[in-house]
Design a protein around this ligand. Sequence first.
Ligand SMILES: *Cc1c(COP(=O)(O)O)cnc(C)c1O
Length: 382
Amino acid sequence: MSREFRTALGRELEELAEAGLLRSLPQPAGAGGEGTVEGKTPWLNFASSDYLGLSHHPEVIEAGCRAFRERGAGAGASRLLCPDADLQRDLEARLASWKRREAALVFPSGYAAAAGTIPVLVGAEDLVVLDRLSHASLIDGARASKATLRVFPHNDLHGLEEILRRYRPRSRRALVVTESVFSMDGDITPLQELVALKERYEAWCLVDEAHAEGVFGRTGAGIIEALGLEGRIEVELGTLSKALGSGGGFVAGDRELIDLLINRARPFVYSTALPPPSAGAAKAALALLTSGEGTRRRERLREIIALFGGGQSERSPIFPVICGEERRATAVAARLRKRGIFAPAIRFPTVPKGAARLRISLCSFHTPEEIRLLQAELEREE
Ligand SMILES: *Cc1c(COP(=O)(O)O)cnc(C)c1O
């Protein structure tokens, strides 16, 4: 191995460190004295998107174990080559009916679902328009599609309309891509107005509901359910990795959409099917999420959100605490970590330069005492 290889990569790491942008994996609670209070308290974790705590529900764990025992640890092949993927198929049927769509398709991750779906829908003759704060998986999918890519200012429908007015006439198809709840800011998209706009320009729309599932809508299906927009949004993207407490991603929509993805979505075709334990666990989590237990946990989450958010309960569980400068965010996060609180610093390129922040995500299993402790620690940092 050449020394030049290490030197070249080492230099890039040094540049990241100098800019305050070096990332490293968090250490387990207790390691090096961090994450412990008086040597024993584990992390108070404010980084999880397991909003309803379903990843640890006994029924979810039992369903995962059963799938392990009966179906094995891995699926063995791509879905196209899996003769006995009935767990995955059954999960898809339930996801489709939850989302009130004709069909759904499960991918190895939400990232793969997003990045793999957009290039199936648009190509070189087309237009893809993204909200500026869209998740990396959506940006990567849009780039891979080779369609003309334009970005509109965050949640700015006038900006979106300007782009549609200008580029729609020269494009064969147009696809508007957004999230219903933004992953780093926690704000909610004006979806009703956005849908009316894309309809006027005969564009299609893909909405990523990763952070709305489990939290919004009567059965926790998301903002689309809350607003009753199922029939007007062509492509709905979801994940099994957040409120569903497992791993994997999915797309829900018309039968033709799903059939075309089965043929053309490269991360679906060329990746091994979702492991049976993940599928089994997600199926059990979905059953809970849509039951009275899900409603109770959602209500508890609303109370926690209202407590932290000063009475606002109808917002998302994601709260950005803006620090501005990258180093300030990491310093605050490190001090909180020393006091047992894990609230990660989010920096460029995940968020714009100079908009570094702590990202607090609240879950139904947080207690009022924990929220007050977090608030007290944040006040000390002001
Ligand atoms: C987490 C996330 C994804 C990716 O989902 P995974 O299942 O974790 O790969 C996609 N979109 C958004 C908005 C997300 O927050």
